[in-house]
Design a protein around this ligand. Sequence first.
Ligand code: HEM
Length: 402
Amino acid sequence: KNFPPGPQPIPIFGNLLQLNLGKLVRDLKKLSERYGKVYSIYLGRKPAVVLNGLQAMKEALVTQSVEFAGRPKGLMINHLLQNKGNATDPQTLFHKATFNIICTVLVGTRFKHEDEFLQLNIRCIRETTKTINGPWAMKAFQNMNMIRKSLADQVSQHKESRVPGEPRDLTDCYLDEMEKRGDDGSSFSENQLVFYLLDLFFAGTDTTSNTLLTAFLYLMTHPDVQERCQKEIDKVLGEKMQVSFVDRHRMPYTQAVIHEVQRVADTVPLAAFHATTKDTRLMGYDIPKGTIIIPNLSSVLSEETQWKFPHEFNPSNFLNDEGEFVKPEAFMPFSAGSRVCLGEGLARMELFLILVTLLRRFKFIWPEDAGVPDYTPVFGLTHSPKHYRLGVRLRGSGDLGP
Ligand code: HEM
């Protein structure tokens, strides 16, 4: 009673047959035009409520943070991404970079690009996401299992080499805490640790790497924007050897570009699904406890009432009349409220440091034979740009070639 309206479901499948997984974000937008900012769909037999636009998102995820902070039970994890291409294309390159960063935090190691563990991870994710539109659940499960086994090995090696009280990384911290708690009935366990690591590897590698891929697609095809960033970077850094994260405060234009990239990249368009933790109300509708909640972040990132240029790549979306960096409230690629992305701080650091370091040294050029750029993202629960090649030239020197 008083549940948000939505398309008529059919038995067993609910509304799944009416939705095209490859074009889910587009289909959900169409439904919003018909049923409003808060509407319902059935994922099989399970009712879900889709939230669209800043007002609904804020009211649910921020104002009623606790009521909307649950996670649905029994759904496949939804933080997987697309990754195609061979060793020389930017896809694998950025994947390896972001993978090594998260590895340093979790298990204190970086891997050579030829390393078996790194290769295994990349292969597994590629296979998992390739099969995302088919009968993929079983293959995804097998791949996860392979990575889980290699992470369990990492934990065993840590147990042998660790010095209690002197943690080198997240794994050591967790093992210290587990030891402290002993048998107090807490949820800390070696098995749980392996699953946390698995979660963080998946959540933290491809999200950032796909955002970087989107960044270079737009920078190559908007040379004026690229040059303006480079001028600002050169001026601010001068003779300084390396960029640091605090330098961002003196780079309003570059900051605006990175944020605009995240806005158009729309990397995690439907966030991770939430669930209501108790019976609650939202914008006049009653929503029972345990209902799946789908925050349509995509709808906020291009909401016409919130952005100066909602449908084009334009860093002015993040600049005021004085050329200062401003962040509109509707900028929520990391979601909002108590379930906001755990890795937001790390991801923002990675995006800034990697982009600035590369733009300082290199000019990125859209290859002459690459045709007209296609910005339409590929949807596989997360967005990634279509495969492209990266033309690179050392700034102020000869062409390194695409
Ligand atoms: C540009 C990069 C990234 C984007 C766009 C992104 C986006 C998101 C989004 C939209 C969510 C869902 C929040 C919700 O359910 O409302 C999320 C959750 C999460 N992210 Fe990220 N993320 C990024 C990078 C990372 C990194 C680097 C890490 C790892 C350190 C990470 C770890 C997580 C975790 C653990 C969650 C689940 C949090 C929870 O359940 O409370 N993410 N992320």
